[in-house]
Design a protein around this ligand. Structure first.
Ligand SMILES: [Zn+2]
Length: 104
């Protein structure tokens, strides 16, 4: 097992400290979130896009859990929808925020 080097080994999620741990093999999964022990496992992936999508996916699991929504946290359909749409929605947010800045 390898740890992410540098400051990003841990991420704070709603007051909980989650360790991000890179692993060689998750036996068919690209990522896994252990909400009990506060560890997010990420399978080493050569494709950067796939790695980022996996990190986002696992962060969504952890965030829903830490927000007190354990049932939604385990809803893979919801997590996949959020994973696939979060960045588009965030881009929309940034565009609108930027336009508000232009008005000021
Ligand atoms: Zn999942």
């Amino acid at each position: 097992m390898k740890y992410i080097k540098g400051k990003n080994e841990f991420v704070q999620i709603k007051g909980a400290s989650y360790k991000i741990q890179l692993v060689d093999n998750l036996y068919g999964n690209l990522g896994m979130t252990d909400t009990k022990n506060k560890v997010i496992y990420i399978e080493k992936e050569k494709d950067k896009n796939e790695l980022e999508k996996t990190i986002l996916h696992e962060l969504l699991h952890a965030n829903l859990y830490e927000c007190g929504l354990p049932i939604w946290c385990n809803d893979e359909n919801l997590i996949s929808w959020l994973e696939n749409n979060f960045l588009d929605i965030f881009d929309q947010f940034l565009k609108i925020s930027y336009e508000f800045e232009e008005i000021k």
